[in-house]
Design a binder for this molecule. Structure first.
Ligand code: PAF
Length: 280
């Protein structure tokens, strides 16, 4: 496994592989890797000749300086995990390498980034699009892998690829959960044991809500999930929305779409967690 820090070295190496007719798969990450990332990397290794993983904590997608500062960074452990999973290239650029000058591009995703994460983290998806479009331009992958936990991010990346007509196939990979049901996240490292137990209630309550969906409307389910999660000690719901899985706009009836997802953001202490569940 090669660890590469500059765009020039990365492009040179990938050019050789491309000339040999090899397919390139890509997993962009911000490091602090866990089994959720490793599932993406495994898929990437299986489905491509060359698997490239990037580790870059992208400052333009953080709208909270403290969140950026506290974001866990575990490079040595990440390299070990990636090596044992079979990644071929790890790209670990500096901030200057990715942003030699401020990136002033403004993307237009219509209503996709006006709801949920986009509404509560202004500028977040513009930052994601900035970095992902740059990384795609350097790596030029045939396939790129994203976790379904970041369900809105996946929709935004698909939209960006469509708008820019990029020749990359975007693959969404299902959420990996702890035995308790808690969705794996780099942020879980900041939870105490007790907080982890409380945070596991988020998925349990969402699962319970899927069983009630036959008798209750989406609005009633939103009230049920929000109220139940808020009743768990230490948890505070920022939003819970039941939306069409493609347009991400709220649905008022289960008949509105064949693809309906509930997406939630919850503060557990000062740690912000997101998760989602499919209703249809
Ligand atoms: O999902 C993430 O870890 C990040 O948003 C990504 C896609 C690596 C872009 O910085």
């Amino acid at each position: 496994m090669k660890v590469i820090h500059t765009i020039t070295d990365l492009e040179e190496l990938l050019q050789q592989h491309r000339q040999e007719g090899k397919t390139i798969g890509f997993v962009p990450t911000m490091g602090a890797l866990h089994q959720g990332h490793i599932t993406l990397v495994k898929r990437c290794v299986e489905e491509n000749d060359i698997c490239v993983v990037s580790i870059f904590v992208n400052p333009t997608q953080f709208n909270n300086r403290e969140d950026l500062r506290l974001y866990p960074r575990t490079p040595e452990k990440d390299y070990e995990l990636l090596e044992s999973t079979g990644a071929d290239i790890v790209f670990v650029p500096s901030e200057e390498e990715i942003y030699p000058a401020p990136d002033t591009r403004v993307f237009d995703f219509g209503l996709l980034d006006k709801v949920m994460e986009g509404a509560y983290r202004p500028g977040h998806f513009n930052g994601v699009a900035q970095v992902v479009s740059k990384l795609f331009a350097f790596v030029k992958p045939h396939k790129a892998y994203f976790g379904e936990k970041d369900f809105q991010q996946l929709a935004i990346v698909r939209e960006m690829v469509k708008q820019q007509e990029l020749p990359v196939e975007i693959i969404g990979v299902p959420i990996v959960r702890e035995p308790s049901g808690l969705a794996l996240s780099s942020r879980n490292q900041r939870l105490s044991e007790e907080q982890r137990e409380h945070a596991a209630e988020i998925y349990r309550i969402m699962q319970e809500s899927t069983l009630l969906a036959g008798e209750q409307s989406p609005d009633q389910i939103v009230r049920f999930v929000t109220g139940s999660v808020n009743n768990v000690p230490g948890l505070r719901v920022e939003y819970f929305g039941i939306v069409d899985g493609d347009s991400l706009q709220p649905v008022s009836s289960w008949q509105d779409s064949g693809n309906i997802v509930g997406a939630i953001a919850v503060y557990c202490g000062d740690v912000r967690l997101i998760d989602n569940i499919r209703y249809r």
